[in-house]
Design a protein around this ligand. Sequence first.
Ligand code: NI
Length: 168
Amino acid sequence: MGHPLLREVAAPLASDQIGTESVRQLVDDMVDTLHDYGGIGLAAPQVGVSVRLAIVEIPGGATRYGELAPMDLTVFINPVIDVLNPATSGYWEGCLSVPGLRGFVERPQHVRIRYLSALGEPQELELRGFAATVFQHEFDHLDGKLFIDRIEDFGLLAFEREYERYHL
Ligand code: NI
């Protein structure tokens, strides 16, 4: 947080860039970072590359993301979100780019995402609940937005230690 690149609107990937060695290398770097961080999603601007690409990987089994269906590592290129129902629910969010903090954010809970796969194929996915929140958080990074921008009640912005003590 504070790096200007995190606040830029990232550029779409051109079709002739998709599947190239440089994009593959970017995804590899992002996967390494995601695994080091222990998160479930990461956007390219978070590793210093201002392009519209994000990855999500949701492990199976009992995790702190219990509400989420598992998802193998997936690459989302030039994603677009359609809100199918504007009704919101809130979750505590955290972010690799905002270390040590958690904040309660309300977002629509029924969305459709349209995107290109790592091979450039058009894909669609309908998401509900916390999964809808996860993807909105990740794709916000492509528009220069962080979850702290979406907090409405700053009494619900906390350090991780206080989050675990008072809000978990
Ligand atoms: Ni984030």
